[in-house]
Design a protein around this ligand. Structure first.
Ligand SMILES: Cc1cc2nc3c(=O)[nH]c(=O)nc-3n(C[C@H](O)[C@H](O)[C@H](O)COP(=O)(O)OP(=O)(O)OC[C@H]3O[C@@H](n4cnc5c(N)ncnc54)[C@H](O)[C@@H]3O)c2cc1C
Length: 310
């Protein structure tokens, strides 16, 4: 599928191209997710607006106890920033868990937050999908993972999202409705067919985080190999010692991120029950559902023990 390609020099130009496309265009940053979907025939926007050169999206700054990360900062830049490594080791670990060193040089922060949901029946070549029969997410009549006709169970797989959510990050969004800021968890619908909840043609401009000295964090990702593989379960935790509360965020387990905030001292059984309820796992990733469900409990136990909360 070919597309008209635009390379704007600033945000204003990018929006000009978006407006002129009558809703037909898609932003492309590193292209490491979008282009794979195009090659597999799962994405066919006729207009692509390349935002990888927009300087406004590439800033990283610390001001008034807030860290602001431009949407176009690459995962490599994020992981190699000394300030981030010292103040937010959780972000460094999360970024370094994604894809491979070469991919991280192009892949961006916003692109990662907006990575499309995944499923073994969806992330396949067109030939493979035609042979098996199309699933709901690519226009078929039912979900091949569950046999249901109503819901697509494709899995939310961003690894930065749980880290940002646990840290209380907010996303800056620019659209025809103006500029606004929302907690990162509000970027998601938890609907497999349309997992991203942004106004049409909206641009994520940055992610901002409060710098809090009294926090302890933990991150872990389940995958077959330590590089290249997408998550089968990612958990991030942030314990705020001042508030005496722990925020837990999970990806790789539901159609959107699962989030739980618990006061400390916490009730382990209740936290696990709530997470299990919000992690509607089915058999559609590499590891089987019973194993991933068991690992949810293992990760919760290990993370809380690491933070000194068990
Ligand atoms: C081999 C391989 C392994 C991978 N492993 C992982 C993994 O382990 N974990 C993981 O999370 N991902 C993984 N990925 C997916 C991908 O590389 C990353 O998620 C990456 O961060 C996506 O960023 P990008 O800039 O390339 O996004 P793009 O592909 O350019 O865009 C992705 C989506 O975001 C939208 N978008 C991008 N920037 C903006 C913006 N500023 N405002 C509005 N919309 C925007 C695009 O329109 C598109 O819908 C992997 C990819 C490959 C090929």
């Amino acid at each position: 599928m070919t597309a008209n390609y635009h390379l704007p020099e600033n945000i204003e130009q990018a929006f000009g191209f978006m407006k002129a496309s009558n809703g037909q265009a898609r932003f492309i940053a590193g292209g490491t997710d979008l282009m794979v979907h195009r090659h597999q025939g799962n994405e066919n926007s006729p207009v692509l607006i390349d935002i990888s050169r927009l300087k406004e999206l590439q800033r990283l700054k610390i001001e008034n106890d807030t860290l602001t990360i431009g949407a176009g900062v690459t995962l490599h830049q994020l992981a190699s920033q000394p300030d981030i490594a010292s103040k937010f080791p959780l972000l460094k670990t999360a970024a370094e868990s994604i894809a491979s060193p070469v991919i991280r040089k192009s892949a961006t922060v916003a692109g990662n937050l907006l990575v499309d949901n995944r499923c073994v029946y969806f992330n396949q070549s067109e030939f493979w999908r035609q042979a098996v029969g199309l699933c709901l997410k690519c226009g078929g009549a039912y979900c091949l993972a569950t046999g249901g006709k109503k819901a697509c169970y494709s899995v939310f797989v961003s690894d930065l999202a749980p880290a940002f959510i646990a840290l209380g990050a907010r996303a800056g969004i620019l659209s025809s409705e103006g500029q606004k800021e929302v907690p990162v968890e509000q970027l998601y619908s938890s609907i497999g067919l349309e997992p991203i909840s942004l106004p049409d043609g909206a641009l994520i401009t940055d992610i901002s985080l409060p710098i809090r000295p009294a926090i302890k964090t933990w991150f872990h990702k389940l995958r077959p190999r330590k590089s290249v593989d997408f998550t089968n379960l990612t958990m991030a935790m942030c314990f705020d010692e001042e508030k005496q509360e722990v925020k837990i965020a999970v990806s790789g387990a539901d159609m959107g991120p699962a989030v739980h905030i618990a006061p400390v001292p916490l009730n382990f059984t209740e936290v696990l029950k709530s997470l299990r309820k919000n992690c509607r796992m089915v058999d559609n990733l590499f590891y089987p559902r019973p194993y991933r469900r068991k690992m949810l409990e293992v990760y919760l136990t290990n993370g809380l023990a690491h933070l000194g909360l068990l």
